[in-house]
Write a protein that binds this ligand. Structure first.
Ligand SMILES: *Cc1c(COP(=O)(O)O)cnc(C)c1O
Length: 355
């Protein structure tokens, strides 16, 4: 069976394994080496690492990419993408998105490094009107934390028609729901920290591409900026990715149930759940303090930022100064994990009583 025919559960488990040879371990060892004997494929630890490659191959297979580059974090991966754009290049990007991306883009805009055209990425007409004369489209969908959904295939298609480059942050939806390279994106980024690694114990990022020339430019960016991942983190993420499809499916089905339950709870309003993924945002009928009491009032669910771990977490997003002012003060973002859904609902119900 060609690797192309395999399904995500099988890809995640079988890719990046050593050959089936007598006496060979079924897992690769962790390569803890800063330097290598001259004449081989890797000469120095900032240029490559044997523990990165199986993880990069697994992500490539899941995203239907030709190649993937592992980075020290999701943000260093995004930084590498924007570094390829010429000074002052016009970029179309969502005005609502991951706070780290938002502050990076705002800083580039302020410095004149890029001319960022912030748009409502869910408003297809507005996006298309801003593509005129732009160099690059950056898409995050669903958006964070409002969970708006862009018409992804249409806006990427329109960008490509106009010869723009297109990058996609696929951290929230994951390749279980959408594979942006298959509808024309040039580069797909992951915060591997989240669902792919899945255990809230590493910070890593990745970029996946089809075009070898783009791969070479991004590899050069990674090598020269030194945004290289630690081999142990890569190994943990490879171990994590083995169960990514299982975890994600469980978390996603839990999220659908919890979104429905939340929508009929008397202390809750404006539940946002796009119908896929494992993040649910909702508002508490009350003020910021009431939302904080709810986040502190659960036993299982941890009041913590981030998402994509096996354990459920939630937080009031506006506790972050960087969060967009358009996000309500009483909005809670829930990252649904893999616990039993009835235990989670009982925990949420108890916490909501504290609103
Ligand atoms: C976490 C996150 C990032 C940044 O990734 P890091 O691994 O924290 O650097 C970017 N985009 C989204 C959607 C994220 O959730």
């Amino acid at each position: 069976m060609a690797a192309d025919d395999l399904r995500p559960e099988t890809i995640a488990i079988s890719s990046g394994r050593p050959p089936h040879l007598a006496g060979e371990g079924i897992n690769l060892p962790i390569s803890l080496n800063s330097t290598f004997v001259a004449g081989g494929p890797i000469s120095y630890g900032r240029f490559g690492n044997e523990t990165w490659h199986p993880l990069e191959d697994a992500i490539s297979a899941l995203e239907e990419a030709d190649s993937t580059l592992l980075f020290s974090s999701g943000m260093s991966a995004i930084t590498a993408v924007f570094s390829l754009l010429p000074h002052g290049a016009p970029v179309v990007a969502s005005h609502e998105g991951y706070s780290g991306t938002m502050s990076l883009l705002k800083r580039h805009h302020k410095d004149g490094r890029l001319e960022v055209r912030f748009v409502d990425i869910t408003d297809t007409k507005e996006v298309i009107s801003q593509l005129q004369g732009a160099a690059f489209l950056w898409v995050e969908s669903p958006t964070n934390p409002g969970l708006g959904v862009a018409d992804v295939a249409v806006i990427i298609g329109e960008a490509k028609k106009r010869n723009l480059g297109a990058g996609f942050d696929n951290t929230f939806a994951t390749p279980m729901n959408q594979k942006p390279l298959t509808f024309g994106a040039d580069v797909v980024m992951h915060s591997v920290t989240k669902y792919l690694a899945g255990h809230s114990d590493v910070i890593l990022g990745s970029l996946s591409v089809k075009d070898p020339a783009l791969y070479a430019r991004l590899l050069d960016a990674r090598t020269s900026f030194g945004a290289t991942a630690g081999p142990f983190e890569a190994w943990l993420a490879l171990r994590g990715i083995r169960t990514f499809p299982l975890r994600f499916e469980k978390a996603q089905s839990n999220a659908a149930v919890l979104a429905k339950n939340l929508a009929s709870h008397s202390s809750v309003s404006n539940v946002r759940y796009p119908g896929f993924g494992a993040v649910v945002s909702f508002e508490i009928k009350g003020d910021a303090e009431a939302a904080e009491r709810v986040c502190d009032g659960a036993t299982l669910i941890v009041n913590a930022t981030s998402l994509g771990g096996v354990e459920s977490t939630w937080e009031r997003r506006r506790r972050w100064e960087l969060e967009s002012q358009s996000i309500p003060e009483n909005l809670i973002r829930l990252s649904v994990g893999c616990e039993h859904v009835e235990d989670l609902w009982a925990d949420i119900d108890t916490a909501l009583a504290k609103a």
